[in-house]
Design a protein around this ligand. Structure first.
Ligand SMILES: [Fe+2]
Length: 263
């Protein structure tokens, strides 16, 4: 652990800050406003992760790269001290490997090692474990975004454990931890952290309003609940990503405790 005695950057690995590409920022003006808000709460680096293949939006790698370059230029011109990194939020899909072959898929920082993978909100497709396995074989580790908001995982905790056991990492949304998505999702988020099934916290920010940059607030909650070491664990993992190093992974534990009487 290199964090001891050092100050970690506040890094957000999931956001919809890129203008005009999905249900996040509508235009450059809104992106710059989002950037100002992020800087206000201490964020220094943000991965732009537009939706891809989620039935509504298609954002291929080359388009994202061009737009990230342009957003970084605008940030510089506006004297906003924030760096935007390359990313993409890819909906799990049978065609994901075709998209990969066509070079439409963008890993974090385009370094071919970590991919933000989204499950549908209501279920976990039967081919999920196969897709994770195939990605891992290609040297790409999927980071499952907001598993705490997936209805099937909420009902079947063993399945999340199995996905992490298989080698997937996960990212919880900061808003889930502070209760913005309701009590069930907040409680499930805590269970996920307590069983070493979470590896990153990120905002999934879409705007400066209800889905903004609550990263610091989530870390404060985590520190209160689990101590500063747990917050460092998550902060350091994000830092390791931008340094091209492997994040820390604690041994995953099965969630055995009953969850709100669901089973
Ligand atoms: Fe997202």
């Amino acid at each position: 652990m290199f964090y001891k005695g050092s100050v970690l950057n506040l890094i957000d690995i999931h956001s919809h800050i890129l203008p005009g590409v999905d249900d996040g920022s509508a235009d450059m003006k809104e992106s710059l406003n989002m950037a100002r808000k992020a800087v206000e709460v201490g964020i220094t680096h943000i991965f732009a992760t537009p939706h891809h293949l989620n039935e509504e939006y298609v954002n291929v790698k080359s388009n994202i790269i061009d737009r990230v370059v342009s957003l970084n230029e605008s940030l510089k011109q506006s004297n906003i001290p924030l760096t935007i990194h390359l990313g993409q939020e890819v909906r799990i899909h049978r065609d994901i490997f075709t998209s990969l072959e066509k070079e439409e898929i963008l890993t974090l920082d385009d370094n071919g090692t970590y991919l933000m993978l989204e499950l549908p909100a209501g279920n976990v497709p039967a081919y999920t474990q196969e897709v994770i396995y195939e990605l891992l074989l290609k040297g790409i580790t999927p980071i499952i975004v907001h598993p705490e908001r997936n209805k099937e995982l909420i009902a079947n905790h063993k399945l999340l454990f199995e996905l992490v056991q298989e080698g997937a990492l996960t990212q919880l949304t900061s808003g889930s931890i502070i209760g913005l998505f309701g009590k069930n999702i907040k409680v499930f988020s805590k269970r996920i952290i307590e069983h070493n099934l979470a590896h990153f916290i990120a905002t999934d920010a879409h705007n400066i309003g209800s889905r903004g940059f609550s990263l610091q607030a989530a870390y404060e909650t985590i520190t209160k609940l689990y101590g500063i070491e747990r917050t460092f664990f998550f902060k350091e993992n994000a830092e390791l990503l931008i340094q091209g190093q492997s994040p820390s992974v604690d041994r995953p534990l099965q969630i055995k405790k009953k969850f709100l009487g669901i089973f």
